[in-house]
Ligand binder design. Structure first.
Ligand SMILES: Cc1ncc(COP(=O)(O)O)c(C=O)c1O
Length: 473
C-alpha cells in the first residue's frame, strides 16, 4: 500500500469509525449471534491473491459487525466499562502509524519520556503520593492490564521478601500473599504464575459492605508467621469488581508496615474517580502503598489497553525484572541516565501507549475529565435513588460511585429473567454478580456518551421487563 493509497483508505476507515459512532445506538448492545456463526460466514481458506481494500471494509460491515458487542454504546451498563474517545482512538492510530517499539529508551526516546512525563502528571491529577514520581524513588509505567500490574507487584514483593533469592532458586512453597474474598481473580492468577501457588494466596474475609476486615488480615499474618511462612504482599482494592467495595487502605497499610509487607492497591476502575478531589477519601491511606494501579482503559476515555502502574521503590521492581543480554546493551543504558521500561514489566517489547493517554488528557483537560466523571457518578446515584424508592427493588450494596448493585425482591429466578430479557432485547446490556448468595444485577455508568436519557430509559426498561418476568415466573 503506497502512502497515497493509505491516505485514501485511511480516510475511508476514519469515516467508517465516525459513522459507526453516530449510529451506534441502532445496534443491539449485546451481540445476538450464536456460537460459530461468525466463523461459518468466513471463507475456509485465505485469499491467494490480494483483495481490494474496499472489499475488506465491506466485510467488516457485513460479517464482523453482527458479532460485535457494542462496548462504546451509551446503553452499555455491563461489567465495568471499557470506554474510549476520539482523542484516544486517534492517539492509538498515531502509535500504529509510527510503529515504534519502545523496549529501551534508545529504541525511541520519546516513547519512554512521554510515558514517564504523563505518569508523573497523573500522580498529581489523582492525588497520589509524591514517592510515585519518577523524580523521587518511584515512577510509573504503562502496562497492558491490571492483571499484569498485579503480577509485577507480586513478583517484586516476592523478591523483596526473599532477599531476591526466589528469582535465582525458585519458590519453596513458604511465600504467602493476601487478598480479600472480593479481590479480582487476577490476583489468583498472579499467585499461580509467580510460583506462590493458589493455596498460598490467603483470601481474607470481608465485612457487611464487602470490604476486607483488617483485624482478620492481621490475625492471618500472625498465624502464617508462626507457621514459619514468609508473608510477602497484601492487595487492597479501591472499588472491587463485584460490588465496588472499598477496602480500608489506611488500616491495611498500617498492618503491612508492621510486618514489612508490600501493599499493592488495585483501583482498576474506581481510581479514575480520584481525578475529583471530593472522591479521594476513598483512597485514604494510599500514601502507605508500595504500588498502585488504575486502568484509564476502563473509565478514563482511553481505549483499551492502558493500565497505569506506579511503584514507590523502582529499584525493587527493576531488580526483580531486569535482564540485560548482550544484544540489548547500549550506551544510554550503560550511562544509567535513562529509563528502560523493558525492566518494568513482563514482556520485552512495548507499544507507544502514552500517546493516546496524552491526547486524552490534553483534549479534555483535567476539568473536562472531572466533569464527565462527576456526571457518571451523579447518574448512577440518581438510578440508585429510583431503586431505593421502588417497593419491588432493593439495593444490594453501598453505592460509593458509579456502580449500582440491585435486585428485584422476588428472588433469583426473576432477576435472572429480567437480565436475560433485557440483554436479548438489545436495548441495553447489564451483567450480574452474587452478593450474600443472591443473584444481583449490576448497572455501571461509565460509557463516554451515556446521558440522563439512557439511564432513565434503562430504568423504564428494567421495570417493564420486571413486570413481565414476575408474571412469567
Ligand atoms: C478491581 C479490578 N482489578 C483488576 C481487573 C482486571 O483488569 P484487566 O482486564 O485490566 O486485567 C478488573 C477488571 O474488571 C478489576 O475490576
Amino acid at each position: 500500500m503506497t502512502p497515497d493509497e493509505f491516505r485514501r483508505h485511511g480516510h475511508a476507515v476514519v469515516d467508517w469509525i465516525a459513522d459507526y459512532h453516530s449510529r451506534i445506538e441502532s445496534f443491539p448492545v449485546l451481540s445476538q449471534v450464536q456460537p460459530g456463526q461468525i466463523r461459518a460466514s468466513l471463507p475456509a481458506n485465505p485469499p491467494t491473491q490480494g483483495e481490494p481494500f474496499e472489499a475488506l471494509l465491506k466485510d467488516v460491515e457485513k460479517l464482523i459487525l453482527p458479532g460485535v458487542t457494542h462496548w462504546q454504546s451509551p446503553n452499555f451498563f455491563a461489567y465495568f466499562p471499557c470506554n474510549a474517545s476520539g482523542p484516544g482512538i486517534l492517539g492509538d492510530l498515531l502509535s500504529s502509524g509510527l510503529g515504534v517499539q519502545g523496549m529501551l529508551w534508545s529504541t525511541s526516546p520519546a516513547c519512554t519520556e512521554l510515558e514517564t512525563h504523563v505518569l508523573d502528571w497523573l500522580v498529581s491529577m489523582l492525588g497520589l503520593p509524591e514517592k510515585f514520581l519518577s523524580s523521587n524513588t518511584g515512577g510509573g509505567v504503562i502496562q497492558d492490564t491490571a492483571s499484569s500490574a498485579a503480577l509485577c507487584a507480586l513478583l517484586a514483593a516476592r523478591e523483596r521478601a526473599t532477599n531476591y533469592d526466589s528469582n535465582k532458586k525458585g519458590c519453596d512453597g513458604r511465600i504467602v500473599a493476601y487478598s480479600s474474598t472480593q479481590t479480582h481473580s487476577s490476583l489468583e492468577k498472579a499467585a499461580m504464575i509467580a510460583g506462590l501457588g493458589v493455596e498460598n494466596l490467603r483470601t481474607i474475609e470481608v465485612d457487611e459492605n464487602f470490604a476486607m476486615r483488617p483485624e482478620a488480615l492481621a490475625r492471618q499474618i500472625e498465624v502464617d508467621k508462626l507457621a514459619g511462612l514468609v508473608p510477602s504482599l497484601v492487595c487492597a482494592t479501591v472499588g472491587t469488581t463485584s460490588s465496588n467495595a472499598m477496602d480500608p487502605i489506611a488500616a491495611i497499610g498500617e498492618i503491612c508496615g508492621q510486618h514489612n509487607l508490600w501493599l499493592h492497591v488495585d483501583a482498576a476502575m474506581s481510581g479514575t474517580a480520584a481525578l475529583c478531589p471530593e472522591f479521594r477519601h476513598l483512597q485514604d491511606g494510599v500514601e502507605l502503598a508500595d504500588s498502585y494501579n488504575f486502568n484509564p482503559h476502563k473509565w478514563m476515555f482511553t481505549n483499551f489497553d492502558c493500565n497505569c502502574f506506579w511503584v514507590a521503590d523502582r529499584k525493587a521492581l527493576i531488580q526483580t525484572l531486569s535482564i540485560l543480554p548482550e544484544y540489548l546493551r547500549n550506551q544510554a543504558t550503560e550511562s544509567g541516565a535513562v529509563i528502560d521500561y523493558r525492566d518494568w514489566h513482563i514482556q520485552l517489547g512495548r507499544r507507544f501507549r502514552s500517546l493516546k493517554l496524552w491526547f486524552v488528557i490534553r483534549h479534555y483537560g483535567v476539568e473536562g475529565l472531572q466533569h464527565h466523571i462527576r456526571r457518571h457518578v451523579e447518574l448512577a446515584q440518581q438510578f440508585a435513588g429510583w431503586v431505593r424508592g421502588d417497593d419491588n427493588f432493593e439495593l444490594a450494596a453501598p453505592v460509593p460511585l458509579n456502580l449500582v448493585c440491585f435486585r428485584h425482591k422476588a428472588g433469583d429466578a426473576v432477576n435472572q429473567a429480567i437480565m436475560d430479557r433485557l440483554n436479548r432485547s438489545g436495548d441495553l446490556f447489564l451483567t450480574h454478580t452474587k452478593l450474600k448468595g443472591n443473584l444481583t444485577l449490576r448497572l455501571c455508568v461509565g460509557q463516554t456518551n451515556t446521558q440522563a436519557r439512557h439511564v432513565e430509559k434503562a430504568w423504564e426498561r428494567i421495570k417493564e421487563e420486571a413486570e413481565k418476568a414476575s408474571v412469567a415466573t
